[in-house]
Design a protein around this ligand. Sequence first.
Ligand SMILES: *[C@@H]1O[C@H](CO)[C@@H](O)[C@H](O)[C@H]1NC(C)=O
Ligand SMILES: *[C@@H]1O[C@H](CO)[C@@H](O)[C@H](O)[C@H]1NC(C)=O
Ligand SMILES: *[C@@H]1O[C@H](CO)[C@@H](O)[C@H](O)[C@H]1NC(C)=O
Ligand SMILES: *[C@@H]1O[C@H](CO)[C@@H](O)[C@H](O)[C@H]1NC(C)=O
Ligand SMILES: *[C@@H]1O[C@H](CO)[C@@H](O)[C@H](O)[C@H]1NC(C)=O
Ligand SMILES: *[C@@H]1O[C@H](CO)[C@@H](O)[C@H](O)[C@H]1NC(C)=O
Length: 416
Amino acid sequence: MEEEAILGVIISWNCNRDPIVSILEFGAVGDGKTLNTVAFQNAIFYLKSFADKGGAQLYVPPGRWLTGSFNLTSHLTLFLEKGAVILGSLDPSRWGIVEPLPSYGRGIELPGGRYRSLVGYMLRDVVITGDNGTIDGQGSVWWEWFTSHSLNYTRPHLVEFVSSKDVHISNITFLNAPAYNIHPVYCSNVHIHNITAYAPPRSPYTVGIVPDSSDSVCIEDCNISTGHDAIALKSGWDEYGIAYGRPTTNVHIRSVYLQSSAGASIAFGSEMSGGIANVQVEHVYLYNSFSGIEFRTTRVEVVTSKIIISDADLLNVNTAFVAIGDYGTHPDEKFDPDAFPYQEDHAAEHHRPKDQFCRKFHGPTSSTPWTCSNVSGYSESVFPEPCDELKNVNTSSSCFSILMNPNGGAATAILR
Ligand SMILES: *[C@@H]1O[C@H](CO)[C@@H](O)[C@H](O)[C@H]1NC(C)=O
Ligand SMILES: *[C@@H]1O[C@H](CO)[C@@H](O)[C@H](O)[C@H]1NC(C)=O
Ligand SMILES: *[C@@H]1O[C@H](CO)[C@@H](O)[C@H](O)[C@H]1NC(C)=O
Ligand SMILES: *[C@@H]1O[C@H](CO)[C@@H](O)[C@H](O)[C@H]1NC(C)=O
Ligand SMILES: *[C@@H]1O[C@H](CO)[C@@H](O)[C@H](O)[C@H]1NC(C)=O
Ligand SMILES: *[C@@H]1O[C@H](CO)[C@@H](O)[C@H](O)[C@H]1NC(C)=O
């Protein structure tokens, strides 16, 4: 058992479970060609019987294990040995179709359902770990279909947990996700530690980790390099996200190396209509990225509260900080441009200072000047030197706030 404090929430998981059962016992063949979906499904079905006896471990030895989507089960550890690679099938029919998420109302890329993720589902107390084993989505086929508009449904993710609790993912590598690498949605107590996620620079809208309408999420010691965002926090889309009403809260991101070719190293939104609150980002290294930290809201959305970013090093980042108030698309014409995502129990958030950033940037290194508009405030240890409005030194505070204009249009940054 390991115990760890995540913003005051103690979660524990059982890493060393007995019995340990190898996927070989279910007839799997690790030649990279044989489809092993049934072997995985049978293994999980068998291991379900240990759920009420403390759980079990499914051991994946070295080899290339081609498979379609399979469900894990609660109280399970999926262990990928060094040299073990789970390969996503290149045949989309092996992934299956699931209903759209209620907080999105439809698939994010196309109306209707979406492909099921390779691994995941509604679980409790589950661990995916290993000795740097790999889950490879073989995403290039999906990227081509996406780019050529040949998809019939929204692309799948590599690992998705829906309505799950106590999820731990560590010590493995994720490659070439069709879309997101790890997508916890409607989850609670999620710990992602020491993983690597990689998708090539031109892979369209590939994202590393997407905590979505989830609470108590800790992401630490990870290296993520993707085509689009490295980490994106979300909470549903327009009226569907508002109606579902589950914000992303209590997220702690620390000691991560993030690179994003065409998106942001850390993105808030878009699709954040359920709200985002209590996010702490510290000791992060954001490099070779299009933008460093980006807030994206559409006209019907506002960021709710308390986001603290500290000790961020930015190197070779095109734009360090971006706030966009009228971003992205809508699921349909039913969105209410005057709607706000506040819930009754969120009312207190209205009165808090919004989106605080305690800053200590050591970058960016480029000599591009800052672009400032509607900004007042102060800065400290910022290079290149910011615009005149931000040069004042005011030692009473080392934070600045960004106030989003709830009616859309340009965001207003107030630094104090
Ligand atoms: C996985 O579990 C979900 C939820 O229990 C279920 O709807 C789905 O059919 C299962 N999928 C497979 C491939 O077993
Ligand atoms: C991270 O995972 C790798 C295997 O992927 C392991 O060798 C290494 O010791 C782990 N590091 C930490 C700090 O857990
Ligand atoms: C982990 O595996 C990936 C490929 O699957 C490899 O590129 C990387 O070097 C490995 N890391 C370690 C620490 O062995
Ligand atoms: C989408 O549907 C068409 C018509 O059924 C089919 O020919 C095509 O292969 C499908 N695309 C993908 C990526 O599965
Ligand atoms: C990850 O690897 C580290 C270093 O080898 C080890 O201490 C830790 O227990 C591993 N995590 C899990 C969940 O096995
Ligand atoms: C991430 O990269 C840093 C710097 O190269 C390295 O020290 C760290 O071990 C890496 N972590 C993982 C999970 O690969």
